[in-house]
Design a protein around this ligand. Structure first.
Ligand code: ATP
Ligand code: MG
Length: 503
């Protein structure tokens, strides 16, 4: 032990002088960090700061231009994740790549299947998977289930279980909770606790500051590829960490609605709407307002916006849009009516990774409202600069953008259709704090332009900070409505059906 720091004195991983450029653009410059046994080390920074690049270099996905990486004091250089895993380092990548048609067990044991003779011993593989899942406290995923049958959150949990299954001494996790909410985040916390107890070290990337403070012993901040701060987590608070990441203090997190803007005419009305997952949903969404939708995972929030978007239509009840009957049978139909749905799932949102930013941004408008393409193209530079997209130029291929910047392209793509109703499902997942504020400001501006906004979010501060009123869902129904200024407790009471102490 080093007396001054209270830490074991030898780091298990030591990175120094790490540099990397892409096409001559420096992405990491002289980056350094030390990871100690049993330590959870947070790596934070804005979208495009270089976090994923650092992790990919460690894992052997990218080659470094300069610098040293040592494990247990020995210099290492990996050219493939398999080599890194053999040396005790496994990675949960931001864009995970599991095989959708294979089972959970097949995905976990890919390339190292237990065999009997020449054949894969499925029984043993399934048993070992069941044991692994049970050990990690994962009870709702069967080893034989195909990946495609699982929710995005469950797939993420499988990816984490897979990384853990290598018995690595170092696990790096790149935004492991981006697709997780509530109970699943708790599950990951439990897994991390167990790993720590075993002495495993974890390098942890997240945009959720709450997680950084809950989980991490040490935090390193990257800005524009350089380490600008590295210290024990307790030496930071929210404000100082944000300032280190963004380079400026952020005061007004949630923009105020400008005075005098009142909700206008009803744009979208639902009455008695239902389908196999929803029942008796009635609501009115007016021009100029932002309405939040809160509720527990599985309460029907996502199903609600998907039904309004025609992705999983209502089978009962009636909807009107701008006073006319509105029954979208498909998303295309909804888009024709200038209804947009922005979700956090980049993959399902169908970004074409090998196409340029601008082509992606114009893809929906081109196919559904070709007449608006020219106007959308002219708007694009403004939209991208207000979203603070970090890219060389708009002709850059989307695959080269950082995860958060890809998310912003998804936003831009939907804004291009000039929607009258904007549905948002977890709009700020994976987006850095500075850009979150940009998205919030943009939402306010859209509302001021007379659009109606319905936003689903699991982050209560976001729902309460942004919404003019909040609808709370429970078991596929609207459990109630709360005015702006409601408290987290009131939302939770409605969401869980718990009776208030005084009511
Ligand atoms: N293969 C690549 N080719 C070219 N540029 C790349 C490539 N990978 C990353 N970049 C660029 O490197 C920079 C850092 O990206 P990186 O993915 O490391 O950011 P990040 O910190 O993980 O951001 P986020 O929070 O958005 O995930 C970005 O500007 C990105 O566009
Ligand atoms: Mg990243």
């Amino acid at each position: 032990m080093d007396v001054s720091t209270g830490r074991p004195s030898a780091p298990i991983l030591r990175v120094a002088g790490l540099s990397k450029s892409f096409f001559g653009v420096p992405v990491l410059q002289d980056a350094a960090l030390e990871l100690f046994p049993g330590e959870v080390h947070g790596l934070v920074g804005e979208n495009g700061a270089g976090k994923s690049t650092l992790m990919k270099i460690l894992a052997g996905v990218y080659e470094r231009d300069a610098g040293t990486i040592e494990i247990d004091g020995r210099p290492v250089s990996f050219t493939h994740p398999v080599q890194a895993r053999r040396a005790g380092l496994s990675t949960v990548f931001q864009e995970f790549n599991l095989l959708p048609e294979r089972s959970v067990a097949q995905n976990i044991f890919l390339g190292r299947e237990p065999r009997r003779g020449l054949l894969v011993n499925r029984r043993e593989m399934n048993d070992a998977t069941a044991e692994l899942l049970a050990e990690l406290g994962i009870t709702d995923i069967r080893p034989t289930a195909t990946l495609a049958s699982l929710s995005v959150a469950q797939q993420q949990i499988v990816e984490i279980a897979k990384a853990v299954s290598y018995d690595a001494r170092i696990i790096s996790m790149d935004e492991p909770t981006a697709a997780l909410a509530g109970a699943e985040v708790e599950l990951l916390y439990g897994i991390i606790d167990r790993l720590k107890e075993r002495g495993t070290s974890i390098l942890y990337v997240s945009h959720r500051l709450r997680e950084i403070f809950d989980l991490c012993d040490t935090v390193t901040v990257l800005k524009d590829g350089r380490v600008v701060a590295s210290a024990p987590a307790r030496e930071f608070d929210d404000a100082s960490l944000v300032r280190a990441m963004v380079g400026r203090p952020i005061s007004a997190y949630f923009p105020d609605p400008s005075p005098g803007t009142a909700a206008g005419i009803p744009l979208l009305e639902l009455s008695g709407c239902g389908n196999h997952q929803l029942d008796g949903v009635g609501l009115t969404l007016r021009a100029g307002e932002i309405v939040g939708v809160a509720g527990l995972q599985g309460s029907g929030r996502t199903e609600l916006v998907e039904a309004v978007f025609g992705a999983a239509p209502f089978t009962r009840g009636s909807m009107t849009l701008g006073g006319r009957a509105y029954n979208p049978g498909s998303p295309r139909d909804a888009i024709r009516h200038r209804v947009a749905l922005i979700t956090e799932d980049r993959k399902a949102q169908g970004l074409s990774l090998n196409q340029s930013i601008i082509d992606n941004a114009l893809s929906v408008v081109r196919s559904v409202h070709p007449g608006r393409t020219g106007a959308a193209r002219r708007d694009a530079p403004n939209v991208f600069s207000s979203l603070e997209v970090v890219a060389r130029d708009l002709d850059q291929e989307v695959q080269y953008l950082s995860g958060g910047n890809q998310q912003k392209v998804v936003l831009a793509k939907w804004l291009a259709i000039d929607p009258q109703v904007v549905l948002l499902d977890e709009p700020t997942r994976g987006i850095d704090v500075g850009a979150k504020v940009a998205v919030y400001t943009l939402m306010r501006r859209l509302a001021q332009e007379g659009k109606a906004i319905l936003m689903v979010s699991s982050e209560l501060p976001e729902v309460l900070g942004m919404s003019d009123r909040v609808l709370v869902m429970r078991d596929g129904r609207l459990a109630g409505e709360l005015p702006a200024g409601a408290t987290e407790e009131q939302v939770l009471q409605l969401a869980t059906g718990a009776r208030g102490v005084h009511s």
